[in-house]
Design a binder for this molecule. Structure first.
Ligand SMILES: *[C@@H]1O[C@H](CO)[C@@H](O)[C@H](O)[C@H]1NC(C)=O
Ligand SMILES: [Cu+2]
Length: 164
């Protein structure tokens, strides 16, 4: 029935839309911001980071900066070239991919003093798993049929002159 199908869509929309639309913005360290003397692992411990969320590093310009580094550089506090620094005093980083993300301050001694943050970003379970259309069963396509980098309806392929 059209009505029940419609109400089901409404229910689905109510359930899922907010979680897709609301990307969270985390101010690193909250009121304390990005500085020395804050336990950023404690800060991150009770938070869930999802792809699409943002980190905002807030600090007085010239007092700190932000480098995105790998796990090795994070452990050893190896500062990348200055050209890679974020230094606006309000650096927003969108968490674009899932996985571990590491950030350090590049000012001498700051990382070793604990101005470093590691988080784990979870995939957005909703957006990427919604298939663009019902996935067809993989069909044996002759190798000489030109493929378009995506699924082509069989109807279309039948019209294609196959060279044998
Ligand atoms: C990690 O980053 C450092 C410094 O930027 C670089 O030299 C090193 O090759 C990187 N390690 C890996 C495993 O990517
Ligand atoms: Cu610093």
């Amino acid at each position: 029935m059209a009505l029940s199908r419609l109400s089901m869509l409404v229910v689905i929309a109510i359930i899922f839309l907010p979680s897709i639309a609301i990307a969270k913005e985390f101010v690193v360290g909250d009121d304390k911001g990005w500085t020395i003397g804050v336990d950023y692992q404690a800060w991150a411990a009770n938070k869930v980071f999802v792809v699409g969320d943002k980190l905002v590093f807030k600090y007085a310009v010239g007092d700190h900066n932000v480098f995105k580094v790998n796990g090795t550089a994070f452990q050893s506090c190896t500062v990348p070239p200055p050209s890679e620094a974020l230094s606006t005093g309000s650096d927003t980083i969108e968490l674009a991919t899932p996985g571990r993300k590491w950030y350090i301050c590049g000012f001498a001694g700051h990382c070793n003093a604990g101005q470093k943050l590691v988080i784990t970003v979870l995939p957005n379970t909703l957006a990427p798993t919604l298939p663009p259309s019902p996935a067809p069963a993989p069909s044996p396509v002759p190798p000489h049929v030109p493929h378009f980098g995506r699924w082509v309806p069989k109807k279309l392929l039948k019209g294609f002159p196959l060279v044998h």
